[in-house]
Design a protein around this ligand. Structure first.
Ligand SMILES: [Zn+2]
Length: 252
C-alpha cells in the first residue's frame, strides 16, 4: 500500500530483476505486501491509475535548473525530491512520511509537465501514444484515433486531465475515474500541440465526414436551414412593406 512498506524492504531488492522494458517484476516473492520495488519512480509508474505518466529521465530530475520555481510550489520539497531520486535517508514518522509521499507525487507531476515538452519527453510520450496508452477517441467517425493527455490549465489544483483527439480536435474525459482525477497541470495545456509541432507527420488527416441527424430519413439540418431562410425572407418582406407604407425611400 504505502511507499513506507516498500522502502523498508529495500535490502531485498536484489531479488527483483528489472526486465528490458524497465518493468519491475514483482511476482517472484510470496505475500501480497511484498510489492516493493527498487526505485520510487518505478513504483510510481507501476501504480494503478498512473498509466498516463511517462518515466522522467533521472538526469532531467537531477538538473536543478529544470526544477526552477518548484520549491515554492511543493511542500517538503527537499524530502520529496530526495524520495523521488531515492536518496531520502532521513527517518520520518508515519505522518511525515505520508506528507512527503504526497508531495513527491505532486512534485513528480509538476516535473513531468515540464519534461514531456522536451525532445526526450516528447519521444517517450510518442512511444505511449503509439501503444494507445491514453486511449482512443470515442467519436465513431474518428475511427479509433489515439488520444493524448492535455491540461486545460497549467496551474495545479484547477482542472483534471482531459484527452485530446487530433482528428476531431476535441477533448474528452478519461473513461476511468482513476485517470479522471489526475491533475491536468501534470500534462499542461501545451503538450499535445507541441507534440504535433514536433511530429507533424503524425497528424491524422482531417476528414469531412460528419454524422447527419435525420428524422424518418430527412436531414434535420436542411429542414431547419430552410425554415430559418423562410423566416428571414418573411421578416425582410414585412420590413419592406412597413417602410413602403411610411413613404420612406431610403434604399434607392
Ligand atoms: Zn476524435
Amino acid at each position: 500500500m504505502a511507499w513506507g512498506l516498500k522502502l523498508t524492504g529495500i535490502e531485498d531488492v536484489q531479488e527483483h530483476e528489472q526486465d528490458l522494458n524497465g518493468d519491475v517484476k514483482m511476482d517472484d516473492t510470496s505475500g501480497s505486501d511484498s510489492d516493493y520495488t527498487k526505485y520510487w519512480i518505478d513504483w510510481f509508474l507501476s501504480t494503478k491509475g498512473n498509466e498516463y505518466f511517462c518515466e522522467v529521465d533521472e538526469e532531467y530530475i537531477l538538473d536543478r535548473f529544470n526544477l526552477t520555481g518548484l520549491n515554492s510550489e511543493v511542500q517538503h520539497y527537499v524530502q520529496a525530491l530526495d524520495l523521488i531520486s531515492d536518496t531520502l535517508e532521513e527517518e520520518l514518522d508515519d505522518e511525515m512520511r505520508e506528507a512527503v509521499e504526497k508531495s513527491a507525487r505532486h512534485l513528480y507531476g509538476l516535473i513531468h509537465a515540464r519534461f514531456i515538452i522536451t525532445s526526450r519527453g516528447l519521444a517517450k510520450m510518442l512511444e505511449k501514444y503509439k501503444k494507445a496508452d491514453f486511449g482512443r477517441c470515442p467519436r465513431v467517425l474518428c475511427s479509433n484515433q489515439q488520444l493524448l493527455p492535455v491540461g486545460l490549465s497549467d496551474q495545479p489544483y484547477t482542472k483534471s486531465v482531459k484527452l485530446y483527439c487530433p482528428r476531431c480536435e476535441d477533448i474528452y474525459n478519461p473513461k476511468s475515474t482513476r485517470h479522471a482525477s489526475i491533475d491536468g497541470a501534470y500534462y499542461g495545456s501545451t503538450f499535445p500541440h507541441m507534440f504535433f509541432q514536433v511530429y507533424p507527420h503524425l497528424l491524422p488527416p482531417k476528414s469531412n465526414e460528419r454524422y447527419v441527424p435525420k428524422i424518418f430519413g430527412f436531414k434535420i439540418h436542411e429542414i431547419a436551414k430552410q425554415h430559418r431562410w423562410q423566416d428571414q425572407q418573411r421578416e425582410e418582406q414585412q420590413r419592406r412593406i412597413t417602410m413602403g407604407n411610411e413613404g420612406n425611400n431610403i434604399n434607392t
